[in-house]
Design a binder for this molecule. Structure first.
Ligand SMILES: Cc1cc2nc3c(=O)[nH]c(=O)nc-3n(C[C@H](O)[C@H](O)[C@H](O)COP(=O)(O)OP(=O)(O)OC[C@H]3O[C@@H](n4cnc5c(N)ncnc54)[C@H](O)[C@@H]3O)c2cc1C
Ligand code: FES
Length: 245
């Protein structure tokens, strides 16, 4: 098969599927995507499920034409993906969503669980641009740890020492992808300390392209509360604009 693209539908060829932690896999595949930004995602066609499945981009190499995702085994879609083999085809929509708005400010990166995926990509880009950063990650168990952070919390919360870390490292901006509850608490802390925080949200998605309105959240804009779709307007939002239920 050749690599093809029609609008944002792409065909890729699997390079490698690897188990990297408990119930966690990484897939690398060749694609002909031109550009992807950290925080953007792709939506993969899995023949055994009706709807495509969304995954954050964990790495993109424009020289080698490769894209990488990591995922936790959940149901039928991820079971299909982990059984793919080198040379198999993959069909995906990309690039989707807005991505992080990278600023030249000393950054704290916070990734929890497989939420570490877009943060690993962001870390790479910040380092390439010589933007100072400190990266913390959190996992429920030792077996689930995915390497790459400067400091990893296992068992407790990634937020346990966050205020000290922010102060000791003179942090000016925070970027995060983690479970909703962590993002909510992180946003509260950042708002209290008057530090901007950009958070990559996850919502169960049907279309992934802004059509079905199934991934709507409320955000505050210009003194008003408005609807925003996580797949098209996000998945990255300012922690200060999200209206938490
Ligand atoms: C923008 C975005 C980026 C994502 N990035 C990653 C990633 O990098 N790595 C990763 O492992 N997962 C990621 N997810 C979650 C991933 O899409 C789901 O785990 C996956 O769709 C489950 O598919 P499944 O068929 O294996 O499981 P299903 O049988 O569909 O579902 C199994 C369980 O997963 C839950 N689930 C299904 N879809 C989602 C979803 N979209 N978000 C959260 N939970 C869901 C279901 O409620 C159910 O409890 C992301 C989701 C979004 C919206
Ligand atoms: S998933 Fe359909 S609008 Fe977002």
């Amino acid at each position: 098969m050749t690599l093809e693209s029609t609008k944002n539908i792409h065909k890729g060829i699997i390079k490698n599927v690897e188990k990297i932690a408990f119930n966690t896999y990484a897939i690398e595949f060749f694609s002909n995507l031109n550009r992807v930004f950290p925080g953007q995602f792709i939506s993969i066609y899995c023949p055994n499920t009706v709807l495509r499945r969304p995954f954050s981009v964990m790495d993109f190499d424009e020289n080698k034409n490769t894209l990488k995702i990591i995922f936790k085994l959940k149901g039928e879609g991820t079971d299909y993906l982990r059984n793919l083999k080198e040379g198999n085809n993959i069909d995906f929509l990309a690039p989707l969503g807005n991505g992080f708005n990278i600023k030249k400010q000393k950054a704290l990166l916070v990734g929890a669980g497989v939420g570490i995926a877009p943060i690993l990509f962001l870390r790479k880009v910040l380092n390439e641009r010589n933007i100072e950063n400190y990266f913390i990650s959190g996992f429920k168990t030792e077996q689930e740890v995915i390497k790459g952070a400067d400091k990893t919390f296992v068992g407790g919360s990634v937020l346990d020492e966050i205020e000290n870390i922010i102060k000791e490292n003179n942090i000016e901006i925070i970027y995060s992808c983690a479970p909703m509850i962590v993002l909510r608490k992180l946003s509260e802390i950042a708002n209290r300390l008057s530090i901007p925080v950009q958070i990559a949200l996850e919502k169960v998605m049907a279309c992934s392209i802004g059509v079905c309105r199934g991934c709507i959240i409320k955000i505050s804009k210009d003194n008003d509360i408005v609807n925003a779709s996580v797949c098209k307007d996000g998945p990255v939002f300012l922690g200060s604009e999200v209206v938490w239920d």
